[in-house]
Design a protein around this ligand. Structure first.
Ligand SMILES: N[C@@H](CCC(=O)NCCCC(=O)O)C(=O)O
Length: 250
């Protein structure tokens, strides 16, 4: 059987004097080497997307992290310059893909910006600059030239007993990385909180009543997916869900 294919919504990036629709290598590498699936990087358009045309041709949706933030207008908040940088094309592409993939039972793994998009897509809100809140740890990306240091595993999260991700990671303490300055504020009605940081930051959710695998994590399992057991477990479970969906679709 040919490898199933997942969609990864691109970021809009500007370099070499032009505009690119881009995804970071760590996501497509973890998808291939651990989940054992191929990836289609989906161009990000503010208008003109045909969500079902994309979803008809794929077997899973991986919504990646990004240094940009979901536009506050999408969750009823005022946009301040400090809330940026923004990527409206990514927002306009990813949020409808998330909603429609859930309706169709297409497996979803949402990472970092992805869990934030999942929450907003289902009616939740986000808090920004969370490190400025009393008692909240600094979850931001460590400023360091070495990406392995930026993505170093350095935070305990507590996976809830009986949660969906406990099937893959086990309940209790798991060590993860952390590279974010926003987080879920009001949890969307259709989401179940699955893991918390010690400071109460929501670190993982699942979709209540989902037809299949539908999980969001605030950390980055893709980066160490080949070597870190919890990261590998999550990507292997996502790959299994994608293969099951592909076989069922066939
Ligand atoms: N911008 C949001 C989401 C954070 C996120 O996805 N981080 C990935 C960092 C990618 C990189 O800079 O290499 C937030 O800050 O909460």
């Amino acid at each position: 059987m040919p490898k199933p294919i997942i969609a990864i919504p691109a970021d809009i990036r500007e370099f070499d004097g032009t505009t690119w629709h881009a995804a970071q290598s760590q996501y497509v590498r973890a998808a291939l080497n651990v989940a054992d699936v191929m990836s289609f990087i989906i161009p990000a358009f503010e208008e003109g997307n045909d969500t079902d045309a994309i979803l008809d041709r794929i077997d899973g949706l991986l919504v990646s992290g990004s240094a940009t933030n979901v536009h506050p207008s999408l969750y009823g908040a005022e946009a301040r310059d400090s809330d940026g940088p923004f990527d409206p094309a990514r927002d306009a592409t990813a949020l409808p893909l998330i909603r429609r993939a859930l309706e169709r039972g297409i497996p979803l793994l949402a990472i970092c910006r992805g869990i934030q998009e999942l929450n907003v897509a289902l009616g939740g809100t986000l808090a920004t600059e969370i490190q400025e809140q009393e008692g909240v740890w600094d979850h931001r990306k460590p400023q360091h030239p070495d990406r392995d240091v930026m993505y170093s595993i350095r935070q305990d999260v507590i996976v809830a007993e009986g949660s969906c991700i406990a099937r893959y990671l086990g309940p209790g303490s798991v060590q993860v990385n952390s590279l974010h300055r926003q987080a879920i504020s009001k949890t969307a009605p259709g989401l179940q909180v699955e893991a918390l940081a010690e400071d109460g930051t929501i670190e993982a959710v699942s979709v209540i009543g989902a037809k299949g695998f539908a999980i969001g994590v605030q950390w980055h399992p893709e980066y160490w997916a080949e070597t870190d057991a919890p990261s590998r477990a999550l990507f292997e479970a996502f790959g299994d869900a994608v293969r099951t969906y592909a076989q069922t679709k066939a």
